[in-house]
Design a protein around this ligand. Structure first.
Ligand code: PLP
Length: 384
């Protein structure tokens, strides 16, 4: 059976994987080595030096490529290291369009690091797909997007944006961290590059920091591989192993994340002490129709504003929660709560932040896979 013909729920387990040749180990060994013996210079068994390639990392890279329906996967030391590698494809003067409601760390990397080297970023509203063309110049090379967005959970129409990019021969890169390929596969929608913070849902257990890139075209893969090896921000064998193990249960975890989140979003929405709930599953969410077409379910994240909320009220609620731990990050089996204005988007200037709608009272929840009744009890207690 060709492993690439498998359905998604089998690809997470088998996609791109082969049995280990020595003893038939079911999981790839953690090849904790920096180098590999050569018979004569340049003659070896496919691996020479572990920055260039490591068999455990290769197993992860093949898994990533398989679940995203791409042909080539690359694993990095963090999600931001993966984005860093993508940006190194470009030259001074090249222009990049990005959605403005962006992960804070990506925004910081673009503004504070890459602008210094001459890349030009335009942070724009991509909900009005037609207006994107107004920003395209002869120097535009890439459209970067993230959907659902963090933490407002807006949805961008990947296919519509990709169609515009194709007309202008631009590359499209999608940060697929929040959705995961369980919910949406950007390459199937015409995207060129898929990027992941595997730290989140792919790893799924809050035990490692890893990044990933998947592409379809060989030429692009070669360029990225060159950068990965030349810059060296690779992912180690132990971390590769952990993410591989996480991916094997991705479909089961995501299903529960999505179910629990739907229940919690509805609970919050009818709560008298809640002002507004941001979740793309609501019919009155401005991008609900796109979400319905583009995603399998509505994801594991929900944000909300408490009634008469300000900074103090948000912190009061967060402190009263006991099952939801206050922490950065998302996508693990345990529920986490975050305060975007001071945490994930603390690195973004206040005015930029408020333009996106991140007020001081906003609370973001990464819903875990605990029993949802326990989670609701905890929320009820904190709100009352
Ligand atoms: C966490 C995150 C990143 C950065 O990934 P790291 O693994 O923390 O470097 C990028 N994009 C999104 C959407 C994220 O949530």
């Amino acid at each position: 059976m060709n492993k690439e013909d498998l359905k998604f729920n089998s690809k997470t387990i088998h996609g791109g994987q082969e049995l280990e040749k020595g003893y038939g180990a079911i999981m790839p060994p953690i090849y904790q080595t920096s180098t590999f013996a050569q018979v004569t210079p340049g003659k070896h068994k496919g691996y020479a030096y572990a920055r260039s390639a490591n068999p455990t990392r290769t197993a992860l890279e093949n898994s990533l490529a398989s679940i995203e329906n791409g042909n080539y996967g690359l694993a990095f030391g963090s999600g931001l290291a993966a984005i860093d590698a993508i940006m190194k494809l470009f030259n001074p003067g090249d222009e990049i369009l990005s959605n403005y409601d962006l992960y804070g760390g990506s925004f910081r990397l673009f503004k504070e690091v890459f602008e210094k080297y001459g890349l030009v970023f335009h942070f724009i509203n991509m909900h009005d797909v037609e207006t994107i063309e107004n920003y395209i110049t002869k120097n535009t090379k890439l459209i970067w997007m993230e959907t659902p967005t963090n933490p407002m959970l807006n949805i961008l129409d990947i296919k519509a944006i990709t169609n515009i990019a194709k007309e202008h021969k631009l590359l499209v890169a999608v940060d697929n961290t929040f959705a995961t390929p369980y919910l949406q596969r950007p390459i199937d929608l015409g995207g060129d590059i898929v990027m992941h913070s595997a730290t989140k849902y792919l790893g799924g257990h809050s035990d490692t920091v890893v990044g990933g890139i998947v592409v379809k075209e060989k030429e692009l893969a070669n360029k990225l591989y060159f950068i990965q090896n030349a810059s060296g921000a690779v992912c180690g064998p132990m971390d590769s192993f952990l993410v591989l193990r996480g991916i094997k249960t991705l479909h089961v975890r995501m299903q529960r994340h999505c179910e629990n989140t739907a229940t919690i979003a509805k609970f919050l929405n009818q709560h008298p002490r809640v002002e507004k709930v941001y979740w793309p599953g609501f019919k009155n969410h401005p991008n609900h129709e796109i979400a319905k077409n583009q995603m399998k379910y509505f994801g594991g994240m929900v944000s909300f504003m408490p009634k008469e909320g300000d900074y103090n009220r948000a912190i009061e609620i967060i402190k009263k929660l006991s099952l939801f731990t206050l922490a950065e990050s998302l996508g693990g089996v345990e529920s986490l709560v975050g305060h975007p204005a001071s945490m994930s988007h603390g690195s973004m200037p206040k005015e930029e932040r408020e333009k996106i709608g991140i007020k001081d009272a906003l609370i973001r929840v990464s819903v875990g896979i605990e029993d949802v009744q326990d989670l609701i009890k905890d929320l009820e207690n904190a709100l009352s």
